[in-house]
Design a protein around this ligand. Sequence first.
Ligand SMILES: [Zn+2]
Length: 259
Amino acid sequence: MVVGAGGHSELMHVLRRWGSVTAELFLGAACPGCEAPGPGLCPACRVRLDEPEPRQVRPTPCPAGFPTTYAGGPYDELVRRLISAHKERQAWLLTGVLGDRLARSVGALLAGRSAAETVFLVPIPSSPAAVRSRGRDSTAALTRRAVRRLGIGRDRPMIMKPLLRPTRRLADQSALDENERRQNLAGAYAVRRLGGRQPPDGAAIIVDDLVTTGSSLTEARRALTSAGVPVLGAAVIAATVRRYRPGADAQVSEADAIR
Ligand SMILES: [Zn+2]
């Protein structure tokens, strides 16, 4: 068989992809965090993922209307690898550990508030095209996991309400600077009504995997509040940081966030 240069590299790409997918599915060849041999996330990476205390973060500069936001820790190399594997390489086994870290951020946001208060988690919506190509909405999957984790031991179950939908196709945020991101996201989300015309009882907590410039969370908050849905705040797995010092405000900077 004669294969042209383009066809050959495409074939190699497919084979490599197959190799990686089958390895993850059937062998769990290496830790997705550090590539140590063995099935799934290794104990050392698990400890590192669970180590940071969630705390409040603010992007610099902070967009007007940015919600009170808690992050589970810095967007370090380990978290970058795990979120990328979960989102881009369908490493669904990571939903548990990443969703648990998201749950801790939500817990930090809720600390000191009445357990009887009705709150619900609203995931930032992924584009329909991304969901089609990845086979699943990774943010929604992490949110469902966090809901289960947070519901344990509560009188009132935590619930997810996917109230937001994208209003149009968005440009890839990773290639945009701060101003461009804000423009790209202006009016990007609309609120869908689930089971009735009235806004739901209770307050929303917006959830996402990352906070970078804060544009997505700010726009989500704007869409929800303008539809009459109160927003308590936001929670994310990680904040992209220049400096992440326990006890100090995080400095959130540009990063290779991908939506
Ligand atoms: Zn590892």
